[in-house]
Design a protein around this ligand. Structure first.
Ligand SMILES: C[S@@+](CC[C@H](N)C(=O)[O-])C[C@H]1O[C@@H](n2cnc3c(N)ncnc32)[C@H](O)[C@@H]1O
Length: 215
């Protein structure tokens, strides 16, 4: 099944038009592609970079590190000025992310927190300027109260994959194996959009990105 939500010719056009990553980030994209590791789409990376440049966060929290691609995109965009905490459950991924950070020269800005995101989120206490949610989609509704608590007023919460291959917008006819995630993401989007503490936009980029501003 196609893992993006929109039209292949538009995706191809955008990817051939926007400035693409070079060096280590490009190598990481290629590694992720060859090894079927789901990192953010190039067009999502381009948006993330701009958001970091506009928001100028001092502290970023990421849920779902994988090989550290999006963490490195954000570290580079901040010019190494942001401190990034990123949570990863897989020991193998966490190790690769740390080694990529070291290679990039941004190792001291990024701390990989190993373990289950919900348990780690519940232990964190210092607020963040930006939270990027990109882990197990079915758990987003459980992550939300913790992410809200950990985001300062005026901060933003980004949630990736919220349109889940377009299935979230499809009424009925969702294959059984995808139905629970699609239903949970739909509920998640409804709770983001109805939360009086948040202003939320849903952007059909990559696999769908929700951008929420905490008032
Ligand atoms: C989509 S990948 C992250 C991609 C990364 N943000 C990027 O774009 O470079 C999701 C990652 O979240 C991790 N993950 C999934 N569920 C998790 C959980 N409950 N706690 C911590 N990490 C989790 C997976 O092991 C996987 O590496």
């Amino acid at each position: 099944m196609e893992d993006r939500i929109r039209y292949p010719e538009i995706d191809e056009f955008i990817r051939n038009t926007i400035a693409r990553e070079e060096g280590l980030l490009r190598e990481m994209e290629e590694y992720a592609r060859l090894n079927h590791i789901p990192v953010i789409a190039p067009e999502t990376a381009a948006l993330l970079k701009i958001l970091v440049k506009v928001q100028r966060p001092q502290r970023i929290l990421e849920v779902g590190t994988a090989i550290g691609y999006s963490a490195l995109v954000m570290a580079c965009a901040s010019g190494g000025k942001a401190h990034i905490d990123t949570i990863e459950i897989s020991e193998e991924m966490a190790g690769m992310a740390e080694s990529n950070m070291k290679k990039s020269g941004f190792g001291s800005c990024v701390r990989v927190l190993r373990g289950d995101a919900l348990e780690i989120l519940q232990c964190l206490t210092t607020a963040y300027d930006m939270v990027f949610l990109d882990a197990s989609k079915g758990q987003y509704p459980e992550f939300l109260p913790e992410c809200l608590r950990l985001t300062r007023e005026g901060g933003i919460i980004l949630s990736d994959n919220v349109l889940y291959r377009g299935l979230v917008a499809r009424n009925g006819q969702v294959e059984h194996k995808h139905r629970t995630i699609a239903v949970r993401l739909k509920e998640y989007l409804e709770s983001l959009c109805s939360n009086p503490l948040l202003d939320t936009a849903i952007i059909p980029i990559g696999d769908g990105l929700a951008l929420s501003y905490k008032k």
